[in-house]
Design a protein. Structure first.
Length: 190
């Protein structure tokens, strides 16, 4: 009971601190980094439309995958295309990991990435259903639910980098280890 109260207290205080903190801006733009606004939606729709058009210019190999490829290739040359009432869309990147992967590696690279995510989630769910160990069940369910959250997050920003990516792959490795342990236990029973 006390752990629940402490958790609730931390969530409420954290939410209040976030709401009253200064809103950081995306470097090189006038777009707020945290708060969702109508301008943010307009900005994202414009960048996604632009990026989708560029994906079909390079559908097989893309423009090359890398941290700053989008701004390096498109960030400086097309800034004069900003329509009245719109924000410049190019300096800050694609704001969508799936579009970023498709643009950087081509449509085959996007399909491979989606396939890997699908295989990880289906393996985690299979392990969740088959294993009897509660810890393995928890890890597998955590990976499956985490992938849903990650996919939603990746639709709105390019966040599969840095610490988030490391934590994700460590959790995936734990789930796959739990899955292989469950397979070994099943084989020993037979």
């Amino acid at each position: 009971m006390s752990a629940t109260l402490v958790s609730l207290f931390v969530i409420v205080i954290g939410t209040l601190l976030i709401q009253h903190s200064r809103t950081p801006m995306i470097p090189g733009t006038t777009v707020p980094g945290v708060k969702a606004t109508a301008d943010s939606l307009k900005y994202r729709l414009a960048i996604w439309t632009f990026t989708t058009g560029k994906i079909f210019d390079h559908p097989i190999l893309g423009i090359g995958y890398g941290k700053n490829n989008f701004p390096l290739v498109y960030g400086q040359s097309l800034n004069d295309e900003v329509q009245p009432g719109h924000l410049p869309v190019l300096p800050a990147g694609t704001h969508n990991t799936f579009l970023d992967i498709a643009l950087g590696t081509g449509i085959p690279g996007l399909l491979l990435f989606v396939w890997v995510i699908q295989r990880i989630s289906s393996s985690a769910l299979t392990n969740f259903r088959q294993t009897v160990d509660q810890f393995d069940k928890a890890i597998s369910l955590g990976v499956a639910v985490g992938i849903v959250g990650l996919v939603v997050r990746l639709c709105f920003d390019h966040m599969l980098i840095g610490t988030l990516a490391v934590l994700f792959w460590i959790l995936v490795a734990m789930a796959m280890l739990a899955h292989s342990t469950a397979d070994q236990t099943q084989a020993q029973r037979v």
